[in-house]
Write a protein that binds this ligand. Structure first.
Ligand SMILES: [Zn+2]
Ligand SMILES: [Zn+2]
Length: 359
């Protein structure tokens, strides 16, 4: 069987005709297999959804109870027969519950990795290397300029600033699913034991994480008095950094945790004083480490700077092509665009709630 007939790119997303399912469909479909709960991969309204327990729970938190007709929780490593195919989910190391989806038929194995990173993250299971014939990889940071570096050094930078400016609020923009909780866990590991304050848009998801791991004392910004914020760490969605919501904090230092902070112009564009290079995606080194390690002879690339990786694969004797799937991006970019769209609407709230996740 040709890989192109096992998984087919369609306008709705990657389709498996034999199994009658789509992976991370961007349009409503009868049966969806979903890698993780970020909004560009997990849409509401599908007939049936198969995903890990955590992904299903996080989708329910975002979209409400009726987010799918039916749901089926799949454990990592469990094999399921769908049509003539065998399917299993494996840790992607991206956010809590994130999975790579392995699809097999007649000895041919394709792994759709969704978003992934191969560096340790205390808030989710480590990336698992799954041998395959065709590996589908994101290319969000698929340029050699993207080297995320040592995350410990980034956390140390934040800790130094907290020590240097004990009266100022450190307002940290971080994507509300995954990034925010990883930062909290890393700050705790670095010895930050004061309460950490949360913007309203990230309370529910963070409490879901906190029920599964120790994130220390968490408080809602709306429950804090002005004096509580001096020298405090406050986490908010990146799009809230420029919001009037920030006026309640004493002389805040604007920080932004993102892989894009490697690019100085991005930090300037967001008026960020303290850029923190923290990413939940592989950097160039991670991508070029994982891709050959899968043993795949063919690489399909999605969302991002595909061309540089296609070229790199060619130099390693790997066949590679961009899939041209529409609708996926870096979730931070997606959030900023959606917040801007919401803010442009006439009835847009101005208290920062426009930065909530899209419905
Ligand atoms: Zn993602
Ligand atoms: Zn993605």
């Amino acid at each position: 069987m040709r890989p192109e007939s096992l998984l087919v790119p369609t306008p709705a997303g990657l389709c498996c005709p034999d199994g009658g399912f789509h992976i991370d469909p961007v349009r409503r479909v009868d049966k969806a297999l979903i890698t993780h709960a970020h909004s560009d991969h997990a849409k509401p309204g599908h007939g049936a959804v198969l995903a890990t327990r955590e992904t299903l729970d996080l989708m329910r938190l975002r979209y409400g109870d009726g987010f799918a007709g039916t749901t089926q929780a799949v454990s990592y490593g469990e094999t399921i027969s769908i049509g003539g195919t065998t399917v299993s989910f494996h840790p992607a190391g991206h956010v809590l519950g994130s999975a790579q989806i392995r699809v097999e038929r007649g000895g041919l194995v394709i792994v759709a990795s969704g978003d992934y990173k191969d560096v340790p993250d205390p808030t989710c299971q480590d990336f698992e290397l799954v041998p395959c014939d065709v590996f589908i990889s994101e290319a969000t940071f698929g340029l050699p300029v993207f080297r995320h570096g040592d995350i410990g050094a980034e956390i140390a930078k934040l800790m130094r600033s907290l020590a240097l400016f004990p009266e100022r609020t450190h307002l940290v923009g971080a994507y509300s699913l995954g990034k925010a909780q990883r930062l909290i866990a890393l700050l705790r590991a670095a010895g930050w034991d004061r309460p950490i304050f949360l913007h309203g848009a990230m309370e529910e998801i963070t409490h879901y994480y906190a029920a599964r791991m120790d994130l220390g004392e968490l408080r809602a910004v709306r429950d804090g008095a002005k004096g509580d914020f001096a020298g405090a760490v406050v986490l908010c969605p990146p799009s809230a950094l420029g919001d009037r919501w920030t006026r309640r904090f004493p002389d805040p230092i604007s920080c932004f945790a993102s892989g894009w902070m490697r690019i100085r112009a991005r930090a300037r564009q967001h008026a960020v004083e303290l850029p923190l290079v923290v990413s939940d995606h592989c950097d160039w080194d991670g991508l070029t480490r994982v891709i050959p390690a899968t043993g795949a002879s063919e690489i399909w690339l999605t969302h991002g700077a595909e061309e540089a990786l296609v070229h790199w694969c060619g130099t390693k004797g790997l066949r590679a092509k961009p899939l041209h799937l529409v609708g996926y991006g870096d979730e931070e970019e997606v959030e900023v665009i959606e917040a801007a769209t919401a803010a442009a609407a006439p009835d847009a709230p101005t208290d920062g709630s426009a930065t909530d996740e899209p419905a």
